[in-house]
Ligand binder design. Sequence first.
Ligand code: ATP
Ligand code: MG
Length: 583
Amino acid sequence: MADHEKPSNFIRNLIDADLAAGRFAQRYRPKVDAQSTVSTVDAAKIRTRFPPEPNGYLHFGHAKSICLNFGLAKDYGGACHLRFDDTNPEKEEQEYVDAITRDVKWLGWDWRFGDEINQYFASDYFASMYAFAEKLIEAGHAYVDSQSAEEMRATRGTLTEAGKNSPYRNRNPAENLDLFRAMRAGEFADGTHIVRAKIDMASGNINLRDPAIYRIKHATHHNTGDTWCIYPMYTFAHPIEDALENITHSICTLEFEDQRPFYDWLLNTLAELGCIAQPVPRQIEFSRLNLTYVVLSKRKLIQLVDEKHVDGWDDPRLPTLIGARRRGFTPEGFRRFAEMIGVTKSDSLIDFSVLEECQREHLNETALRRIAVLDPVRLVIDNYPAGQEEECLAPNHPQQPELGKRPVPFSGELWIEREDFSEAPPKGYFRLFPGNRVRLRYGFVIECTGCEKDAAGNVVAVHCNYFADSKSGTPGSDTYKVKGNIHWVSARHAVAAQVRLYDRLFSAEAPGADGGDFLADINPDSKQIIMAQLEPALKEARAEDRFQFERHGYFVADRVDSQPGTPVFNRAVTLKDSWVKVK
Ligand code: ATP
Ligand code: MG
């Protein structure tokens, strides 16, 4: 789809209106630290950002936000910043920073714009945030409150009742400044004082009732070490980060809608004080992604990993991007999905099959076809000359003949799927049963003559005769009319390989709904490990190569466990949705 044909949405409409009005036309390039001196008009038409907190791995919900922010920047000739929102000193880790960087790149996005790198850490702005807080205090827009947390809670009021002013609200600016500096110098214990914006304790919006902007926290920060023992609150830090980076459209999820008045108050007040430039960024909210059959809360994901319900953050069943990658899902599939679901302001629950279908579509277009027998039973062609072998030709992609055909070796003993033979076939069964004919796909027509069983009655081999003049692609082969068409691999040439059949991790649409334990909804059959027989061409599969195994689905060579010459395969998705609701 060309960019101009992309369906519009309320965010695009807002951006279009801002651009038409020239609202952001005269901005300067970002001035992200006190030393930078650049002052040329910003070449980026818009600036958006993706601001993850580096305290977990990215999940499918983040993919929606990433595709939205980076996609808008790309379409409008703008820049999207990758900003690590690391203002909380206790939880962040380098491991997550690395993982997030890698996952956003994997999705195909780039935060560079011209010669700008545009990867930022919110903690790099601590000095500016502190300076801005001093300015607010000096101007009488903020004060140090020395009430206990409990007292503050008690005076905040309710949705219907105004709050009460703190007894410290009218401290004069000089006293506030002294206290704030003493807070910074480490003279007080955690929780003894807090800085609050001075707005309106009677506001109908609780977020404007003198919200906290700085707190004392004697904690070591992964980036700034022990430089600070006071840290900005998220709601104070985030607007400043946006402003310092010259973000034009700060797009976030709906739960921040009630914060927008404070976002606007803070930035306009700081602009009046000369701390930042006008025009200030505009916050826009959209509804977050909710998906059936998964959990997207970091807390629950961490629990699944820590309690070993899954095999780590990259378990192919987890809704993390690193898990999806290992599963064989594609960046293009995610981008297609993000475009298909669009953005709105109303809460929505998307069925997991929508994501699977987007993945399937892209895999169908791009994955080479290969043959794999997942539940093998031996097929013996009794009239095939002993010791003979030959080649059959199989197309690499039926809709893309330019991808050519490959030779598949054929011999008198093959592996076929156990379910493609039935001694006592049910009505409508067109595959192998004694007396019936089928075509061995790309090969010959055969007629079943019977089977061998072991002492327990299990079928150990199926017998048949073949018709030497029925080989696919040879003249006259189509005079054989058969209803069944089954796949096979030559037993002598096949490669045995481990295949993991993954299915949904949860068998309930809304795991843990109605207050239940979400762990109780884990699907006990979400991972099955089998040994399959593969056509020899698959032996050379490299990690992350994706294929359609004919009649089965889409599979990827596992990026962790595959070795050269001995690939291990993961099922990404079946050919058809097997979870269609039967009600
Ligand atoms: P938590 O609140 O548990 O820390 P989070 O999902 O908010 O988790 P962040 O790292 O803060 O995690 O998220 C980064 C960005 O991704 C935010 O802008 C957030 O709005 C967005 N985001 C997170 N989850 C979703 C979701 N389900 N749908 C759309 N966007 C999301
Ligand atoms: Mg968050």
